[in-house]
Design a protein around this ligand. Structure first.
Ligand code: SAM
Length: 272
């Protein structure tokens, strides 16, 4: 039986599972990490490619038991020898990916548990040096938030941070009817491919802070939402600070961070 607190909605449609597995570009890595394999519906299609070493990470011990005992027998034709298939029981959010994969590049994929989907994206972004590709299924609204461009209502922290390092593509929408139990909302599949140059020309920690602080008060002008960053008087007159965060492209957030780094914080003026 599906466990609600683990966001369990199992795919029942092989075609959709196949389509999600096919979202992998299969270039530039030879290891795939699937988050939340459940009963292995998607796993089967990833293994079928026979191209990758596949690691699955699952929190639910019952599913893990199934994957160990039933799955390899049911799918005996698939290459699930120890070398190519690895099951880790645990919470993805608590794993140290660098240590597990010894710094090797991995593509992350999954039909993600919706209750922690934003955290999964943030963790992938944090580990971007070993994650050249990230694709999978989210609640449609979250998928849109990751893929949207400036000016849209869904554009926010997730969009800016993901798109700063990845090219994001919204692939297709999936209706609730292909899950058991069906979720209440539509789902959306996205693919993120890491940019060739994924280091920013500004202090990355400051960039994250600027983006998060600005969107925490998304209705306000930057001049006021970024007050805590001790902006100098001259800097506050820059027209960019009369804008709201949803009006700024990723590139403009980078420029904003640069301006703050050179005129804000450290240049905290005493005259005001
Ligand atoms: N991949 C399967 C499918 O498509 O049928 C299951 C998808 S279901 C939406 C999400 C899966 O993630 C569940 O099997 C759930 O137990 C697992 N899960 C939930 N939280 C997790 C976590 N923190 N780390 C790893 N897996 C988790």
């Amino acid at each position: 039986r599906a466990k609600k607190h683990l966001g369990q909605h199992f795919l029942t449609d092989e075609n959709i599972a196949n389509k999600i597995a096919d979202s992998l570009t299969e270039t530039g890595y030879d290891q795939v990490l699937e988050i939340g394999p459940g009963m292995g519906v998607l796993t089967k299609h990833i293994l079928r490619k026979r191209k990758f070493k596949v690691t699955v990470m699952e929190l639910d011990s019952e599913s893990v038991k199934y994957l160990h005992e039933v799955f390899p027998v049911e799918h005996i034709k698939l290459d699930t020898s120890k070398e190519n298939f690895n099951i880790i029981e645990g919470d993805f959010l608590k794993q140290d990916l660098n240590t597990i994969f010894q710094g090797k590049e991995i593509a992350i994929i999954g039909n993600f548990p919706y209750n922690i989907s934003s955290q999964i994206v943030f963790k992938a972004i944090e580990n971007r040096h070993i994650v050249p590709e990230f694709s999978g299924m989210f609640q449609k609204e979250v998928a849109q938030r990751i893929a949207e461009k400036k000016g849209s209502k869904a554009y926010g922290i997730l969009s800016v941070l993901a798109q700063a390092f990845y090219d994001v593509e919204y692939l297709f929408t999936v209706p609730p009817t292909v899950f058991n139990p069906p979720p209440r909302v539509n789902s959306g599949v996205i693919r993120m491919i890491r940019k060739k140059d994924y280091t920013l020309p500004v202090d990355e920690k400051l960039f994250f802070r600027v983006v998060k602080t600005a969107f925490n008060q998304r209705r306000k002008m930057l001049r006021s939402s970024l007050k805590s960053m001790n902006l100098s008087v001259t800097l506050k007159e820059d027209p960019i600070f009369a804008m709201r965060p949803e009006q700024l492209s990723v590139q403009e957030f980078i420029e904003l961070t640069d301006k703050i780094a050179s005129h804000g914080d450290r240049n905290n003026e005493r005259t005001s």
